[in-house]
Design a protein around this ligand. Structure first.
Ligand code: BTN
Length: 332
């Protein structure tokens, strides 16, 4: 989720050590500090520091004298083997990290088409407009999908909106109702943020564009787990009980693959009507925050390219996503 606190600095080596500790404790049994220290080739004091760090990330590790460390709720981790099997049915390869900096960053450094990078925790999760995406451990979905396309960059304007539509459609198939979209790419429920999307482009126009589609979906997050300024909700809050994350990922990827094929063939125009049906602010007054100034107007849905239509003093103008944000005007 979005917050303004700076990311925790972390080296890949330390991330690896933290992941190894989690890997050892993932059986839900006791492990002595000495045994963990021997496995990692470090001192017991250093193991204690790693455990403290994991506790700071939100992992409920216990230390019992004479027995060692235990993680009672270890079963909440995504099962990598089961995930691999399920994703292969969709022709998707994947990398699973317990801890990494940012799944978008992982894909950026080593892009693969039709590939997913998923993490239990991100030390530097990125949100739109340079913000940080808080990623409580083993709680929500944080993943990035690598997709290569021959579409020219000018036709990719509506892409992140298509991703938003795909998420909402997948969640509806799972039984979640009354979800809405806030331009350009927030998924919301009763004005509270449920998911965010960060699309980043790399590669060159001649050799095809490499698209990194980053998704952060609040699945099992509860109020006490995080302090976030923005109003948010999670699927578990809507559902009244925790939800397995793997299943949601598969529903989403299925819907996303099918919609991306349609987007490549027909462009955004075939999604315009669907977007406007889910649009939270259509026909409502909104404020667009830009780098320099704010614009006020009446939201009129999106045009055939996915740009926001804003009516100002009877004239309609198109607003492109870029570095702007939209706020509904709250009536007092
Ligand atoms: C937003 O600001 O609403 C977009 C948030 C996108 C967060 C996701 S989490 C997985 C992927 N990796 C990142 O670093 N960011 C995206």
């Amino acid at each position: 989720m979005v917050a303004n606190s700076p990311p925790i600095s972390q080296t890949p080596h330390r991330e690896q050590q933290l992941s190894e500790v989690i890997g050892l404790l993932a059986d839900g049994d006791y492990h002595s500090g000495q045994k963990i220290a021997d496995k990692l080739g470090v001192s017991r004091a250093y193991v204690w520091k790693l455990v403290q760090q994991l506790q700071e990330y939100g992992l409920e590790l216990e230390s019992v004298s004479g027995k060692g460390y235990i993680w009672q709720s270890a079963s909440i981790l995504i099962c990598d083997e089961k995930l691999a099997l399920a994703l292969s049915a969709l022709n998707l390869s994947h990398d699973y990290y317990v801890i990494t900096d940012s799944t978008n960053q992982r894909l950026k450094e080593s892009f693969q088409n039709n590939h997913i990078v998923i993490a239990e925790y991100q030390t530097s999760g990125r949100g739109r407009r340079g913000r940080n995406w808080q990623s409580p451990i083993a709680t929500n979905l944080y993943f990035s999908y690598g997709w290569k396309t021959d579409l020219p960059v000018q036709q990719l304007g509506g892409l992140s909106l298509v991703v938003g539509i795909s998420l909402v459609e997948a969640l509806e198939k799972m039984g979640f109702d009354n979800l809405e979209l806030k331009w350009p790419n927030d998924i919301r429920y009763q004005q509270k943020k449920l998911a965010g999307i960060l699309v980043e482009l790399t590669g060159d126009a001649d050799g095809g564009i490499e698209v990194i589609i980053g998704v952060g979906l609040n699945v099992n997050m509860q109020a006490e787990q995080t302090a976030i300024e923005q109003e948010w909700t999670s699927l578990a809050v809507l559902n009244g009980k925790p939800i397995l994350r793997q299943g949601i990922l598969l529903f989403m990827m299925q819907q996303l693959q099918s919609n991306l094929n349609k987007f490549e063939e027909c462009g955004f125009s075939s999604f315009q009507k669907i977007w406007n049906e889910y649009d939270e602010v259509i026909n409502s007054p909104v404020t667009i925050h830009q780098a320099k100034d704010d614009i006020h107007g009446l939201a009129k849905g999106v045009d055939l390219s996915g740009a926001l239509l804003l009516e100002i003093e009877g004239k309609t103008q198109s607003i492109f996503a870029g570095d702007v944000s939209l706020r509904p005007v709250i009536k007092s």
